[in-house]
Each structure stands twice: as C-alpha cells, then as structure tokens.
Design a protein around this ligand. Structure first.
Ligand SMILES: [Zn+2]
Length: 389
C-alpha cells in the first residue's frame, strides 16, 4: 500500500487496489510502449507524463469498489479483465492517446478513414465496429449507447444486458482491440464474422453445454487420444473441416461407424470457397447427416471437435445471426433421426474425420464411400481406433 501511494495519484489508488493480485500469476504483463515489451523507466516516465491519464471516476468509493468487484468476478480470462481495467482508464494506445503523448502521427481511424481514432471510436463508435456489434443478437439493447469514454459506455451497457451478454461484450471489445493491433502491425486482420467466430470459439461461455447422456461417456474416457465409441446399438458420425488460411478451398470429411468401430460409410466434399472455421464445420456435419449409411439410424451419436457448433445446435442457433441459416438446416436434418446425442470431442478424438478433411483439401476432390473402402481410408480409421495402441 505504501508503494502504491508513493507512485500513484490518490484518486487512482482505489482503482489500482481493485486489481486482484493473482492476475499477475497467470498472465505475463507486457509493457506496450517499447518495441520489445520490456518496461524501461524512461518509457514509463514518458508515458506517465505525456499520456492523458484521465479516467472517469465514480463519485464515491463504494460505487468504485462494487464496479471492480463485478468486473473481477466475471467469467473471463485474466487478460480480458485486465484489458477491461485498462479500457476503463483509457490506458490503451488509441491514436489520440499517442498524439497526447507527443507522438507525431496521423490520428485518423484506419478502419473508416473518417474520424479521429480515440478509444471509444476504435472500439465502439466507428461504423466498421458497429457492423461487428450488429452481428450480436442482443445488439438492439445497446445500439443507442456510445456517449463519452469507454468507461461510460461500459457502465451503460452493463445496465442494459445480462451478465452473459456483458461478458460477451468484453470478449468482443478485446477481440476488436486485438484485431485493430493486427491492422496496426500490418498482420492480416479478420472481418466481423471471423472475429466473432474466433473469440467465441477460443473463449466459449463459462456455462458449458449440457451433454446429458453424453457426459457419462466422456467421463469413462477422461483423456483418450482416440475415437470415443458410442453406446452399443448406436451408430456414430464424426465430421471435420480443413481450410487454408487466406486461400479459397474448404475440405469436409465425415465417417459413419458402428459402436464396435466398423466402418459404415465415409465421404469427402470439396468446396472451392472461403468460409469461417465454424461455418465449414457446420457444412461438414450437414454433409454427413445428409448421407447416413443404409442401416438402422434410429439412434445416432454425432461427434465434432467444434465446441461452438455443438452449443449453437443446442441453442437452436440463436447466438450468431450470420450462421443461423446453416444451423437451422442442421437442426431440421437432425429432427429426422429418432434419437440424437451430440458430443463435442477433442481434435485427437476426431482423427479419422480430420484426416479425411485434410486429404479432401489437398486433393480437391469430392468422393463418397459406401461399400468398397480404399486402403488409405481403412488406415485413417485405424489411426484413431481405440483398440489400436
Ligand atoms: Zn473509424
């Protein structure tokens, strides 16, 4: 505490005390104002002196404390909470902040080219960012907000949305900032849908999917590196997709097997288009379900390594509007089966479908196998069969 009072303005102390200490255990703190990320005193002094450190402050300590208590209790990775904290303090290097620090730069927003890039513009008000926000199903609740600093915006958003939605808001803000920094560093950046897919895939909701009967199955095999067979009497379909980054071409693969691992049918579908990983995964599953094997399919297990896809199917695709169409189709096809259990499995549990998808992408061919199976396909099946060590 003595250390804090030595270095910080008294008004900032309650904010600083709002940071739980364990944050630093999980994440490496990087000083963003030197090229190698190493903090140097000169740089710290310069930033402190020149940056316009003017966080909006709550009028009383209790409000400050309860705000931070809420922020730190969110189900978010520490780096995102820390990002939230820095965002509230305007401690992020938006162009107008850099200009305040004396950097001689053009402060024009690189996304729209129309306005100065302050933090609220970069994350929220820029038309290009609005297009991202509009993809969220609950955007209408927050569409009118946008006055003042990001701290003001966040407080207003928090009043309007559920806790889940607020957590998603921070995730999206963080992803937008990451993407903006990619642009800044001339690394390929993502479009709105790709960005949402990326952040929601990488950081799924804390409230995990209800796997019902499937959960038992997963418990039996805590960490297998192979295919997880379904309950006996059930047949299982695994699907996967492979895409090349930044080049057109999507390889879809699927395989149907009995509980004992007997190969029933398999397929590869090549699409010469560009699409997001999740969209590709959805296509792969749709192709698989459209071509069930010619045996009793009244009980099926569906396995994919795309967790978000499983979640969206279970929530009837209400999460992201752009993919609702294909999720809707998937649900219609799933309804044609008597009993369906959908599982999210790890990549290592989905090897055969993964190999098929990758071969499909490499060969650029579409092929289906119902009766005769080539040797390489039998090898793919063996590759993840639980009985093969
Ligand atoms: Zn802009």
């Amino acid at each position: 505490m003595g250390e804090i009072t030595k270095y910080f303005h008294k008004d900032d102390i309650p904010w600083i005390q709002g940071i739980p200490i364990d944050l630093y255990m999980e994440d490496t703190l990087i000083w963003p104002f030197t090229p190698n990320g190493q903090y140097i005193v000169k740089s710290g002094y310069r930033v402190g002196r020149e940056m316009n450190l003017n966080p909006t402050r709550c009028s009383n300590l209790t409000a400050v404390q309860s705000w931070w208590k809420m922020i730190w209790s969110l189900h978010l990775p520490p780096r995102m909470k820390l990002f939230g904290w820095r965002m509230c303090h305007n401690w992020l290097h938006a162009k107008t902040n850099l200009k305040h620090r004396g950097m001689d730069i053009n402060t024009q927003c690189e996304s729209c080219g129309r306005y100065d890039e302050n933090l609220t513009h970069a994350l929220w008000n820029c038309d290009k960012m609005k297009n991202i926000w509009k993809l969220l199903p609950w955007y209408k609740k927050i569409s009118k907000l946008g006055e003042g600093s990001m701290f003001d915006v966040l407080q207003a958003v928090e009043q309007q949305v559920t806790r889940d939605e607020f957590e998603d808001t921070i995730k999206v803000l963080w992803a937008i900032w990451e993407n903006r920094n990619r642009q800044w560093n001339q690394i390929p950046s993502m479009n709105g849908q790709q960005l949402l897919n990326w952040v929601f895939n990488a950081y799924p909701k804390a409230s995990t999917v209800d796997l019902t009967a499937g959960q038992k199955k997963v418990d039996v095999y805590p960490n297998p590196k192979h295919w997880i067979p379904p309950d006996s009497g059930c047949i299982c379909v695994n699907s996967d997709a492979a895409i090349n980054e930044n080049t057109a071409g999507v390889g879809l693969g699927f395989v149907w097997r009995t509980a004992s691992g007997q190969l029933l049918s398999a397929g590869m579908v090549y699409m010469p288009s560009l699409c997001s990983v999740k969209m590709a995964e959805a296509w792969a599953l749709l192709e698989a379900l459209k071509k069930p094997p010619a045996i009793d399919t009244s009980q099926i297990a569906v396995q994919t390594d795309c967790k978000l896809l499983v979640e969206e199917i279970k929530t009837q695709g209400n999460i992201l509007t752009a993919e609702r169409n294909i999720i809707h189709k998937l649900n219609r096809v799933l309804e044609t089966f008597n009993s369906v259990h959908i599982f999210h499995v790890k990549r290592t549990n989905n090897k055969c479908a993964n190999l098929l998808a990758r071969k499909c992408l490499a060969d650029k061919t579409t092929q289906f196998f119902d009766n005769a199976f080539p040797d390489w396909l039998a090898k793919f099946c063996k590759a993840d069969h639980p009985l093969v060590v």
